[in-house]
Write a protein that binds this ligand. Structure first.
Ligand SMILES: Nc1ncnc2c1ncn2[C@@H]1O[C@H](COP(=O)(O)OP(=O)(O)OP(=O)(O)O)[C@@H](O)[C@H]1O
Length: 254
């Protein structure tokens, strides 16, 4: 049974005279992947930053798990159950996969550890880290130095670090960027496996992956939503065809 985990209503973000995001609404459901697509500069990253609290809204509101999180800090939003992968910037390359994920898991602890809480907290931190490594398919790389694993595995590691914070909602900004075919296939399988327990917002330029993964799509152009619907509806939309003239929008050619 699906459940709305995040509801973003009429979000607008202005940078001076530019409305980078203009009256955009999106819902994220447990068990569904909602892809946001659009040409460069459409406002996809800005939308992600508004949902994660990394940018303040000009107007609009965001509910996460029924709680109004509008105006909250990224840390507070993360603690409320929203996980966002930050492309590579959070990985400590000289540390092992395990150490990276464990640090991410530790960041979820509400208070500095004191001697009374220490034993149980350590167990919980380690359990979250182990489970995130397992879920992200990195068990065989657990003790590898992060700087030595492949690009695709580093992207899996970013997801593992996000999962270690036990989010309900995942915001994924171009998880397939820079991947070869084999790595992309592995990432697609990983995202499909994560969908069951999470609501996922996917920003991705790889249209084959988007149309393979998405249950719902929102198409943005110049900050505005020009279409929203199922993959079949989006493929058939004349406005979307026009916006992507000359580009592949996931037609089933393969
Ligand atoms: N901090 C900022 N200050 C001013 N303008 C910004 C800022 N961030 C983004 N913009 C502008 O807002 C618009 C939307 O940018 P955004 O990065 O959200 O688009 P995008 O759809 O993610 O593009 P891409 O696919 O290239 O990543 C662009 O015109 C961009 O130049």
């Amino acid at each position: 049974m699906s459940e709305v985990l995040l509801s973003a209503n009429n979000l607008t973000k202005r940078f001076g005279g530019l409305a980078a995001v203009n009256d955009v609404s999106v819902d994220l459901w447990r068990g569904r992947i909602h892809a946001v697509i659009g040409p460069n500069g459409a406002g996809k990253s800005t939308l992600t930053n508004l949902l994660s609290g990394d940018l303040p809204l000009t107007s609009g509101s965001v509910l996460l798990g029924g709680q109004d999180i509008t105006g909250w800090s990224p840390e507070k939003i993360s603690a409320q159950g929203l996980g966002r992968s930050y492309q590579k910037t959070n990985i400590f390359l000289p540390f092992t996969v395990w150490e990276n994920v464990r640090l991410a898991s530790q960041s979820r602890e509400p208070h500095a550890l004191n001697w009374l809480r220490r034993a149980t907290s350590f167990i919980a931190i380690n359990a979250r880290a182990e489970s995130a490594i397992e879920l992200s398919g990195l068990k065989n790389r657990r003790d590898s130095i992060a700087g030595t694993i492949s690009h695709g595995e580093q992207r899996q590691l970013e997801i593992a670090m996000t999962l270690a914070t036990r989010p309900q909602v995942l915001l994924l900004d171009e998880p397939l960027a820079g991947m070869g075919a084999v790595e992309a296939e592995r990432m697609i399988a990983l995202l499909q496996s994560l969908k069951k327990d999470h609501g996922i917002l996917l920003v991705e330029h790889d249209m084959d992956a988007v149309f393979t993964l998405a249950d719902q799509l929102t198409v943005m152009v110049n900050g505005q939503v020009i279409a929203s619907g199922t993959p079949a509806q989006i493929r058939a939309d004349a406005g979307v065809q026009a916006a992507y003239l000359g580009e592949d929008i996931g037609e089933e050619s393969a």
